[in-house]
Design a protein around this ligand. Structure first.
Ligand code: UD1
Ligand code: UDP
Length: 377
């Protein structure tokens, strides 16, 4: 008998990190299901690097990335490529994660091709379609067509229920990013800058809505913190986007206690997070991972679709105002009381078994029985 065929579609670094544990889990059941890893290639080096940390590479690669790509170009190139692939491979189901343009395209293609679609990390919401841009639109669109929704938390599930989604299709799984972090997170951070005896502040910024002036303000605030605290080493793994790199280099490029580095691969980045005293970031994934290690993170955004870390007290939404970022950073770096208040390990995003829950529900949807795991509450 022919096995059902599942396409897991990824395009960017965070999707690779969050979908890899699901692919690895599904492949433990390769006697009953064929799992094909598809890359749109929206990201190139960063995607290969992230998959590599899990020993994976795409079975199919649309290789669409161009420097300076517009959203429409990514959408149309991925849409066409994926459509041809669906025609050729005739999958029983398609899975995609999160809110990137690749995810939106995978959902739209599934809808056009009348192929069931499962949405990993469903139900995250801000209350404005423009922020984050264009991710809020992407995830809402994916939610419109999904046959299975995998919200990471109860809060995300409630967002879907409020929108009138069928509760029988909603399964709270925890975030697969926590599966990923637990799989690699046992390494300590000691190998990062052993010669530096002081503290490390880690900065990552790449969000589209922060390009240009907001990012300038972020970089200037970070520079001020380095100038204020002489024991601080600022480490900035730079996203591959040339526009982002140029700006960060122009403001932060010539200070002896600032390291602008190539993005470390995931297995190296996790220990770098652990070695850090404080994280400044506009990343979605980093916001979820830092709380697991009890490292305070100042979120460089005006809104977040991940309020759980803020509620738990390890993340603080500070926006992109230069003075605000500097003030909040200074407070944490100079007051042990303020720091200790934020620095406690909590895991509001998952327990490391999200992939197994997704595997159970997907196989069940396709009529295949497999060992069940209690849902995440
Ligand atoms: C994309 C996602 C964003 C996600 C981010 C994760 C969309 C609209 N945006 O944003 O949600 O948070 O990925 O990092 O889906 N580049 C390279 N090599 C790479 C990757 C990128 O050179 O491996 C450069 C290219 O010049 C590319 C540019 O970065 O044109 C921007 O990439 P793109 O995927 O369009 O947007 P991101 O800002 O990375
Ligand atoms: N990450 C990484 N190397 C880096 C920066 C980030 O491996 O240099 C990981 C990080 O741990 C998280 C993911 O990449 O799992 C987040 O990716 P990104 O910030 O690009 O996207 P977002 O989560 O904001 O969509």
């Amino acid at each position: 008998m022919l096995k059902p065929r599942l396409l897991c579609v990824v395009g960017t670094r965070p999707e690779a990190i969050k979908v890899s544990p699901v692919v690895l889990e599904l492949r433990r059941y390769s006697d009953v299901i064929e799992t094909i890893l598809v890359s749109t290639g929206q990201h190139r080096e960063m995607l290969a690097q992230a998959l590599g940390a899990f020993g994976l590479q795409p079975d199919e690669d649309l290789d669409i990335m161009q420097h300076g790509q517009t959203l429409s170009q990514v959408t149309s190139r991925a849409l066409e490529g994926l459509d041809a692939l669906i025609e050729r491979l005739k999958p029983s189901m398609i899975l995609a994660q999160g809110d990137t343009t690749t995810t939106f395209v995978a959902a739209l293609n599934s809808f056009y091709r009348r192929t069931p679609f499962g949405h990993i990390e469903a139900g995250l919401r801000t209350d404005t379609i423009d922020n984050p841009f264009p991710e809020e639109f992407n995830r809402r669109a994916a939610g419109l067509v999904a046959d299975l929704h995998f919200p990471p938390t109860q809060w995300a599930a409630e967002n879907l229920i409020k929108e009138g989604k069928d509760t029988a299709k909603i399964f709270v799984t925890g975030n697969t990013g926590i599966d990923a972090v637990l799989a690699t997170g046992h390494k300590e951070g000691g190998e990062w800058y052993p010669e530096h005896e002081g503290r490390i502040v880690l900065l990552t910024t790449h969000r589209r809505e922060n390009w240009g002036e907001p990012q300038q303000r972020i970089a200037r605030a970070a520079l001020k913190l380095v100038d204020e605290f002489s024991d601080i080493l600022l480490v900035v793994p730079m996203h591959k986007n040339p526009q982002v790199r140029e700006l960060l280099t122009s403001i932060l490029g010539s200070h002896e206690r600032i390291k602008l580095i190539e993005p470390p691969d995931y297995a190296e980045f996790v220990p770098l997070m652990k070695r850090s005293t404080l994280i400044l970031s506009d990343s979605g994934g980093v916001q979820e991972e830092a709380p697991a290690f009890g490292i305070p993170v100042l979120v460089l955004r005006d809104t977040t679709e991940r309020p759980e870390g803020v509620k738990a007290g390890t993340a603080k939404l500070v926006g992109t105002d230069e003075e605000r970022i500097y003030d909040e950073g200074r407070k944490l770096l100079s007051s042990q009381v303020a720091y200790d208040k934020m620095a406690h390990a909590v895991s509001p995003y998952g327990d490391g078994a999200a992939s197994a829950r997704i595997r159970y529900v997907v196989l069940n949807f396709l009529g295949i029985d497999s060992p069940q795991v209690k849902m995440w509450e």
